[in-house]
Structure formats: structure tokens, C-alpha cells
Design a binder for this molecule. Structure first.
Ligand code: DAH
Length: 364
């Protein structure tokens, strides 16, 4: 329904006419305002425009608000009638705005419902969830195990001196590991650590027994990358120094670790070996997690897989950091995280975990 003219309430207009005559300025102003506003409301096509009209007419600085404010300057006897008239105009405009607003917002809602349909038959976009890298997963699991036994995590630095990487670890001056063929030297005295055993010395220098730490981190060796070598890999070092620490303690901890890592039926064995910083030294094998000892391709038919090196801390090492080796004894162990991860997941090429190939990573 299209309206072109809206009038004041008849009674008010009559009274007003009697008081001011038909052509007073105020009547004309209000009449024109009402007609103009009504026309604008009629032609408004959306609620936003309607809101604009509301503000322009009824807002703080709106045209009707201005007229209403002017009423106070009228004579006393004129003011009540003029006030009533102006109020009627305001009420009419309010009503018309509200009616149109309701209609327009209904229409707008209908239009939105029509256009903003969600098509539930559309395929959703593939949602790719990141995974923990297998190396980090084994690291986390190992750290959790040792922390559970009361070990503290002490990361050490990757750039080291010859002293921490070799001398303090009781390594003979002519030991082949010192060779530039094996170790990345930065200067004659500074190198990229080739083993996390350096962390042992740094910890023993600044703490007194009882000491019970693991030190995980990256190590570097100047190896050509191939299926069994990478120039950078990860190790976890372990160190316990206290009164009365024996090789039995070492064996118990490592056996629990191997069971935790592989399975409950895993056994370990110690084979005599040599490391400059431990005496006696051992290499530790775990029963093959793939064939449980019966012999397979993975353990090359032996039923055993070497998992780490260990031993009782050499007296010379303790002496070097000022710990009395007549009072304290200790054990240490060091394992290659990459190797352990490869055993768990059957990874046959040492380079693959570094390549970031999602086809590899997706499998875990
Ligand atoms: N640092 C040795 C390596 O990189 C591993 C190792 C062997 C660490 C025996 C130890 C240990 O603490 O007792 O080959």
C-alpha cells in the first residue's frame, strides 16, 4: 500500500488551526517534514536507508528534534497545543518507521535465507593435521621415561671446545676420533660436538653429586651421508654419580628402558667394549624387537640389536672435574636416537628422517 500523505490527528489539527490559523510557520514546517519523511520512508528499499532516515529526523541533531527544541520559545498558551502537534508528528513518523522496518527486515531475512544456503552435499576441503616427527616422538618418550626415574634434563651446547669434546673425556691425544676426518673443526680448538658426552663434563663441573641427568641433543660428524650415516644426528646421554653406584644400577635402568621402549619381553645384554670416558665400558644389545631373538633380517640373524654404549665413569674423568673417585662412583650411557627410531619403525635409510618428505612423515 502506497501512502503519499499522512495527516495529524484531526482533533489536534482543529485546535491548532483555531489557535494559530492555517498558515503559521510551525504548522507548515511540521506538515512539510511529515510529508517529506513519509515519502522517504515509502521509497526506502532497505533497513540501512531506513536507519539513516531515523537518524536524520529523530536523531540528536535530527530535523524534528530541532523543531521540538524550538517549542520552548513559544508563548505559554501556544506551547501545549504546539507540543501536542509536534508529538503527533513524531509518533506518526515512529510508527511508520517501525512498520516499514519490520517489513524490510523480513524481506532481507528471506533474501539471505535464499542466497546464503549451505550446500551440504559439497565435499569438505581436506584437513591436514600435523604429526609429531618420529624422532621427536621417540625423544619425548625416552625423556618421559628417564624423568620418571628422577633424571633431570640438561641440554648442553652444540659448539664446543676440544677440551670438552675430547680432553675432559679422557680421550688420548692420538685418538682417531680427534681427526678432522671424523669431527667438524671450526678452528683448531673449537668444533661441533661429536657426542653429547660433553654434557657430562659441563654438568659435573657445576654440580656436586648426587647427579642424575640426561642430556639430549644434536651431534655432528664429518661423515658422507649414506644409508647408515648422516653428518648430523641425535643422541641422548645419561649420567648418574653418587655414593655406591654400581654397574647393577646401570643394567637395571637400561633394561627397564629397553622394555619400555620396545616391549615387556625385551632382554638386554652387555658386551665388553672400550670408551675413553668409562671403565669398564660396554656395548648394550637388546633382543631384536622384530623377531624377539630368534633371528631375522633386521638383526642379521643374531637375535640381538646394539642400542647404546655405556660404562662406569672413568676415575680420570671424575678427577678432572674435582669429584673424589674414592667416595663417588657413577655410570654413563649414550645412545643414538636416530638408530633407536630406525629400529622401532623399521627405517632402513638413515637419511630419510631428515628429508621432510610428507609421504614418509604421514606414516606415523
Ligand atoms: N659418546 C659415545 C658415542 O658417541 C656414546 C657413549 C658411550 C656415551 C659410552 C657414554 C658411554 O656415556 O658411557 O659413541
Amino acid at each position: 500500500m502506497k501512502k503519499t500523505q499522512t495527516s495529524f490527528n484531526i482533533e489536534t489539527r482543529e485546535i491548532f488551526k483555531r489557535l494559530f490559523g492555517e498558515n503559521t510557520m510551525l504548522t507548515e514546517q511540521l506538515n512539510r517534514l511529515l510529508n517529506d519523511t513519509t515519502a522517504l520512508i515509502d521509497s526506502a528499499g532497505d533497513t540501512k536507508t531506513l536507519y539513516g532516515i531515523r537518524v536524520a529526523v529523530l536523531g540528536k541533531n535530527g530535523s524534528l528534534t530541532g523543531i521540538l527544541r524550538g517549542l520552548k520559545d513559544l508563548k505559554n498558551e501556544e506551547r501545549p497545543v504546539a507540543g501536542k502537534l509536534a508529538n503527533d508528528v513524531r509518533e506518526t513518523i515512529e510508527r511508520e518507521l517501525a512498520q516499514k522496518e519490520e517489513r524490510l527486515s523480513d524481506e532481507e531475512m528471506e533474501r539471505r535465507l535464499l542466497y546464503e544456503k549451505v550446500d551440504l552435499t559439497l565435499d569438505k576441503k581436506p584437513f591436514i593435521v600435523g604429526k609429531i616427527h618420529p624422532l621427536n616422538a621417540v625423544l619425548k618418550k625416552s625423556v618421559a621415561f628417564f624423568v620418571g626415574l628422577g633424571f633431570r634434563v640438561e641440554e648442553s651446547r652444540e659448539i664446543e671446545t676440544v677440551y670438552y669434546n675430547f680432553d675432559a673425556l679422557n680421550t688420548a691425544p692420538d685418538h682417531p676420533a680427534r681427526d678432522a676426518q671424523d669431527t667438524f673443526f671450526i678452528t683448531q680448538d673449537i668444533l661441533l660436538r661429536s657426542q653429547t658426552s660433553t654434557g657430562q663434563i659441563r654438568v659435573m663441573e657445576k654440580t656436586r653429586p648426587p647427579i642424575r641427568i640426561i642430556s639430549p641433543g644434536r651431534v655432528y660428524r664429518s661423515d658422507e651421508a649414506d644409508a647408515t650415516h648422516t653428518p648430523c644426528f641425535n643422541q641422548i646421554e645419561g649420567l648418574v654419580v653418587d655414593k655406591g653406584v654400581t654397574m647393577c644400577d646401570l643394567k637395571a635402568v637400561l633394561e627397564s628402558y629397553a622394555k619400555f621402549l620396545f616391549s615387556d619381553c625385551t632382554k638386554i645384554r652387555f658386551r665388553p667394549s672400550y670408551f675413553p670416558f668409562t671403565e669398564p665400558s660396554v656395548e648394550v644389545d637388546a633382543s631384536c624387537p622384530a623377531c624377539h631373538g630368534s633371528g631375522c633380517r633386521i638383526c642379521k640373524g643374531t637375535g640381538w640389536i646394539e642400542i647404546l654404549g655405556a660404562g662406569m665413569v672413568n676415575r680420570n674423568v671424575l678427577k678432572g672435574v674435582g669429584i673424589d673417585s674414592d667416595v663417588y662412583t657413577g655410570y654413563a650411557f649414550g645412545m643414538g636416537l636416530n638408530r633407536i627410531t630406525a629400529i622401532i619403525h623399521g627405517i632402513t635409510d638413515a637419511r630419510v628422517p631428515f628429508e621432510g618428505d610428507v609421504r614418509f612423515l604421514k606414516q606415523f
